[in-house]
Ligand binder design. Structure first.
Ligand code: NDP
Length: 447
């Protein structure tokens, strides 16, 4: 239910951003949490902080022309939404996926404002991407696309302005091509302009692993708060990209057994525990599908095409693929099968109905804004190392990540408590993230 004032703000968001359903969903979730904050802080309403937060500071849409290996010309659309810079330069990844349109970029950018705030680090919120589909494209095609994309994007970004990173379809390979073109056009070795770089040219230890590791650390904290742990628990992870792979790695190190993972073709069940080396070989090195994983695993694993991984019984669910992948029906099934905790590695992977079902069932639910914030937090550490021309060890960086995730966990619980919603991580993350941005916006005047 929305507070009356928030309800009219939401109506206005719907009117001004017609058809952008993912953006509407992300805004609504935040507005549903912050009603009690307005009661305590009338100054936020007086200076229209919420209306301002819902309107991006700047939205850039551009043409990306490129040529495939046969010489055929393609035209894609590029986006960068610079949502809020009250806390620092805009910060958020780039997504290359055919489903990308303005509504997806705005939902991701909006979420990013609160997530980045929650990390306690000086980073604003932004997001970008393109409807380009890297699947099936050759190395050279991907490189040409990235170069064309950056040929427009470069004029809008900078280490003090806007700092992109990866997301779906944008990993270290793409970040390398993007950074290379930025360097060439600007004639500046400005390492802090993009994060997720390779270690040989300014990347940071643990950035590749950070989102997945961080999510596993966050879930471990939620379990600890309930007097339990990952030890011996069956875990299902969706996706098999960057976030999923490193979630699986850390969950295993923490004692859990990852029995299933997926990609856009279906899922595999592997009761003895997913073979991580094989998964990395098939998905990251060969860039092939999960049926190949099952085939090479012999009788140990089964590939189930076209179905949802959430039908696999598990005690912990870690959605790490894409938005709205856990529906109300999936949530009901997970609860019935004994799921006690959910950690969102992906952004907004659970539908509002799914969240309601988990909350009613008393499942520990860690929303993406909090649970997957380790990625962007480690990006901020990469920026810090670039600025000081320094590089930290793996162990030191992982310890910092773990501490950041503990702090985020505790901050969520504290804010949820303070506003009368004990144990509610969704409310805690939204309130805590919102207040820090709102206070900075108040201090900076009407801009
Ligand atoms: P990757 O491109 O590395 O992997 C994405 C995985 O999800 C792939 O296995 C892909 O399947 C699957 N997937 C993507 N879209 C769909 C879809 N529409 N239906 C079914 N499966 C799909 O991306 P990341 O691992 O980087 O990102 C995963 C999620 O984590 C996203 O929601 C992203 O926003 C979020 N995130 C990522 C961060 C990061 O640091 N990378 C930071 C914070 C959040 P296939 O292999 O078939 O393509």
């Amino acid at each position: 239910m929305l507070h009356e004032r928030l309800s009219s703000i939401y109506e206005n968001v719907l009117r001004r951003n017609a058809g952008e359903t993912e953006f509407h969903q992300a805004v609504r979730e935040v507005l549903e949490s912050i009603g009690p904050v307005l009661g305590k802080h009338p100054e936020y309403a007086e200076s229209k902080i919420i209306e301002r937060i819902c309107e991006p500071e700047r939205q850039i849409i551009f043409r990306v022309p490129w040529e495939d290996d046969r010489g055929e010309v393609h035209i894609n659309r590029g986006f960068r939404v610079e949502f809020n810079s009250a806390l620092g330069p805009y910060k958020g990844g780039l997504r290359f996926h055919p489903s990308v349109y303005l509504g997806i970029v705005k939902f991701l950018g909006f979420e990013q404002i609160f997530k980045n705030s929650l990390t306690g680090l000086p980073i604003g919120g932004g997001k970008g991407g393109s409807d380009f589909d890297p699947k099936g494209r050759s190395e050279r095609e991907v490189m040409r696309f990235c170069q064309s994309f950056m040929t427009e994007l470069y004029r809008h970004i900078g280490e003090y302005t806007d700092v992109p990173a990866g997301d779906i379809g944008v990993g270290q390979r793409e970040v390398g091509y993007l950074f290379g073109q930025y360097k060439r056009i600007t004639n500046r070795y400005e390492s802090g302009v993009i994060t997720g770089k390779g270690l040989s040219y300014g990347g940071a230890q643990v950035r590749t692993e950070a989102t997945g590791y961080g999510c596993a650390f966050f879930v471990a904290e939620m379990l600890k708060a309930r007097g339990t742990s990952f030890d011996g628990r069956r875990v299902a992870v969706s996706g098999s990209g960057n976030v999923a792979v490193y979630t699986i790695e850390k969950v295993r190190q923490l004692g859990g057994i990852v029995v299933a993972c997926s990609d856009s073709s279906g899922y595999v069940v592997d009761d003895k525990g997913v073979d991580l080396d094989l998964l990395k070989q098939v998905k990251q090195v060969e860039r092939r599908r999960l049926d190949v994983y099952a085939e090479r695993r012999g009788g140990n694993a089964t590939f189930v095409p076209g179905r949802s991984v959430w039908e696999v019984p598990c005690e912990v669910a870690m959605p790490s693929a894409t938005q709205n992948e856990i529906t109300g029906r999936d949530a009901e099934l997970l609860v019935r099968n004994g799921c006690v905790a959910v950690g969102e590695g992906a952004n907004m992977p659970t539908t509002p109905e799914g969240i309601r079902i988990f909350e009613e069932a008393g499942v520990a639910f860690g929303p993406g804004k909090a649970a997957n914030a380790g990625g962007v937090a480690t990006s901020a550490l990469e920026m810090q190392q670039n600025a000081s021309r320094d590089s930290w060890t793996f162990e030191f960086s992982e310890n910092r990540l773990q501490q950041i995730m503990r702090d985020i966990h505790d901050r969520c619980l504290r804010s949820a408590d303070e506003y009368g919603m004990p144990g509610n991580y969704v409310a805690g993350a939204n309130i805590d993230g919102f207040k820090r941005v709102a206070d900075a916006m108040l201090a900076l005047g009407l801009i």
